[in-house]
Design a protein around this ligand. Structure first.
Ligand SMILES: NC(=O)c1ccc[n+]([C@@H]2O[C@H](COP(=O)([O-])OP(=O)(O)OC[C@H]3O[C@@H](n4cnc5c(N)ncnc54)[C@H](OP(=O)(O)O)[C@@H]3O)[C@@H](O)[C@H]2O)c1
Length: 277
């Protein structure tokens, strides 16, 4: 079953497979296994240095191309006019694809005007290199600027989002702009597994804390989530969330864990994050 969320008339699968840190044959095998297990979105990036093997995994799975959503992200060094389009061409080449479904700007880059980068991204979109465009790690004001400067809709902002971080400002901003949010590090890079509330709710349904977390994302409107695993068993389990439903009270209990407000990904080039009130 492929759950989707609609933004700007586009149906986007809500569960994708993350591939950061998966390399070479592991990336290839896991991508093929993920597609076999029912994932219909694959998330990679130029910076992950695995686009070639991700492309091989996609071919191994032999799914009709139109049934799979493939996202990559352009690294910040490629944000100038011309460089950006050339880098997407190289991504397509490495992956052995004619077109991407979604290309994201991986991080905001203070050194290149956003207008120039978005003109280049819109040009890549107009040339058919990607069906859709979006951003990642953008703050609320950067999201608003991107929307103003772009001809094509900015369909998502991919940001860190798991039960332990308070992302209320970006979630509200995305909602009011009609955009989706793609939740990265949705399992808090493993931290969800020992969380007592998630474990307790999981016991009721015969599910793991990770499955409860993925289900919590799937029941939030406008949210896409992209858990990663290097294990075929884990990745299949993470997508096995279609046979139970969290009650509003359980959803609320998990949402209230955001009071921890723990950010895991905060490199030196990060923007000034929005603080939850
Ligand atoms: N845009 C950005 O700047 C950005 C930043 C970070 C991440 N991302 C994207 O988001 C994706 C997901 O985030 P993430 O990779 O940081 O971490 P994550 O998905 O939150 O967690 C991955 C970790 O959880 C473990 N795991 C997964 N399922 C499990 C299960 N069922 N049982 C036990 N352990 C399990 C994995 O170990 P095993 O391999 O052993 O299963 C791995 O160590 C990335 O792969 C990437 O595509 C984007």
């Amino acid at each position: 079953m492929t759950l989707t969320t609609k933004h700007f008339g586009v149906d986007i699968p809500v569960i994708g497979f993350g591939t950061w840190k998966l390399k070479d044959e592991t990336a290839q095998m896991c991508v093929a296994k993920a597609i076999e297990a029912g994932y219909r979105m694959i998330d990679t990036a130029q910076a992950y240095e695995n686009e070639k093997h991700v492309g091989r995994g996609i071919r191994d799975a032999q799914l009709p191309r139109e049934d799979l959503w493939v996202t990559t992200k352009v690294w910040m060094s490629e944000f100038k006019q011309g460089d950006l389009q050339a880098s997407i061409d190289q991504s397509l080449d490495r992956m052995g694809l004619d077109q991407l479904d979604l290309v994201l700007l991986h991080w905001p880059n203070r050194d290149v005007p956003l207008e120039e980068t978005l003109d280049a991204l819109n040009d890549a979109h107009a040339k058919g290199m990607t069906k859709h465009i979006g951003v990642s790690n953008f703050t609320t004001s950067q999201m608003a600027d991107a929307v103003k400067l772009s001809k094509a809709p900015i369909i998502t902002n991919q940001v860190e989002y798991h039960p332990f971080i308070d992302q209320t400002p970006v979630l509200e901003a995305a909602h009011s702009l009609g955009m989706s949010i793609t939740a990265f590090s949705p399992l808090a890079q493993g931290k969800v597994f020992d969380e007592p509330v998630l474990k307790e709710i999981g016991e009721k349904y015969g599910k793991s804390a990770a499955q409860v977390a993925v289900r919590w994302f799937a029941q939030q409107p406008g949210i896409i989530t992209i858990p990663r695993s290097s294990s075929p068993d884990h990745l299949a389990a993470n997508n096995d969330i279609h046979d139970f439903e969290l009650t509003p009270q359980e959803m609320g209990r998990i949402t209230s864990l955001k009071a921890n407000n723990q950010r895991l990904i905060d490199p030196s080039w990060a923007p000034n994050w929005d603080n939850a009130a």
